[in-house]
Design a protein around this ligand. Sequence first.
Ligand code: ADE
Length: 246
Amino acid sequence: MDYYILTLFPEMVIQGLNASIIGRAKEKGILNIEAVNIRDYTKDRHQKVDDYPYGGGAGMVIQAQPVYDAFLAVKERIGFPPRTIYVTPQGKTFTQEMAKEFAKEDVLVFLCGHYEGVDERALEETVTDYVSIGDYVLTGGELPAMVMIDAISRMVPDVLTNEASGMFESFEGNLLEYPQYSRPYEWNGKTVPEALLSGDHQKIANWRREQSILRTKKRRPDLLAQADLTIREKAVYQVYEIGKKD
Ligand code: ADE
């Protein structure tokens, strides 16, 4: 997977994606992450990339020319028009499902805005997906791009060394993950649930499934309404479809 991040702050994204699992996947050549400095493409002799918004208002707008030329440089290098994500609070909210979907691409381009945004005409010419990481506003698109790259990269084959760790986890079937325990058996006066010590795989699986459902019901009832549950589970855990309370 090759990522290209169009940004005014390349050092921020490169530093942030160099550590831990993503850093290791880069070293192994499974991921390639390149930051493209939008400022390198400006034709302004003072290296300016932004200007006042037409119609007035606070803040500055990143101009179309440097953004479009930075995009064209990437497109020419790879030889086809890439899937291009503009990170913006005005986008569709990013989910685990979307992370899996994006992980199927060979190349992804992220465009990070700043200030009051990017000239709409450059967006119209380049962007395929408008994506937000949640209903709050950040100062720029770099952190959201890093969040998405992290979540997408976990879904790229061979990035997670322990294959199983990507298999059952939170959001699988719209359920949260069950609680985990490690040694010692007793800590701070608390012991590990007996079902996990039984060595009986079916019993352990049943206990974990129950914990997942109970945890989702308590912490994310909105998610549970869409979870993959059997009719029996729906009855036992009293899960009702929204709008059909009785
Ligand atoms: N840029 C600023 N805030 C954002 C958000 N919540 N998601 C994506 N990009 C953003």
